[in-house]
Design a protein around this ligand. Structure first.
Ligand code: CMP
Length: 140
């Protein structure tokens, strides 16, 4: 399988509870390498732009407000089949449906406050990585 890169966000519910290290350990144990990482406090405009694809959804306002409420850690994960592997490690969007051992099963509070975001496909991964990082910041 090809080496891929995917965009990951550790969300405010997790940074607030000091879970960045525990979540990073899950990625590294799964063979994903953190090749870029930074902590940011998004404005509502930035969070709204990142999640623009969900603008028509009923939860959009809540999602944007939450993502701008406290700091996030944005990161690029690299590895074989990194996009699918990260989605496996994260678990289902709704923690109630997430498998045992996944990040969302262990740490998420609700479908909204679900601790992590991960890109869902190669095209979105490329767009989402470029949203937060320049090429110079990706250190493989
Ligand atoms: P994420 O992978 O970041 O992509 C979009 C996010 O919208 C998703 O994780 C959830 O946190 C959030 N989301 C999805 N469905 C709902 C919902 N029904 N209510 C609130 N937030 C939601």
């Amino acid at each position: 399988m090809a080496i891929e890169r995917t965009l990951s966000i550790i969300k405010p519910d997790a940074t607030r509870r000091n879970l960045t290290g525990k979540i990073n350990a899950k990625f590294e144990e799964a063979g994903l390498r953190i090749v870029a990482q930074k902590r940011l406090h998004l404005s509502t405009a930035q969070a709204g732009k990142f999640y623009a694809v969900h603008a028509e959804r009923p939860f959009y306002g809540e999602l944007v407000e939450f993502m701008a409420s406290e700091p996030v850690v944005v990161q690029v994960l690299e590895g074989e089949g990194a996009i699918a592997k990260n989605r496996e490690v994260m678990g289902a969007t709704n923690p109630a449906n997430a498998d045992a051992g996944t990040i969302r099963k262990e740490f998420a509070l609700s479908v909204g406050e679900n601790s992590v975001h991960g890109s869902d496909a190669p095209e979105t991964a490329a767009e989402e990585i470029a949203f937060f990082f320049s090429g110079l910041e990706l250190v493989g």
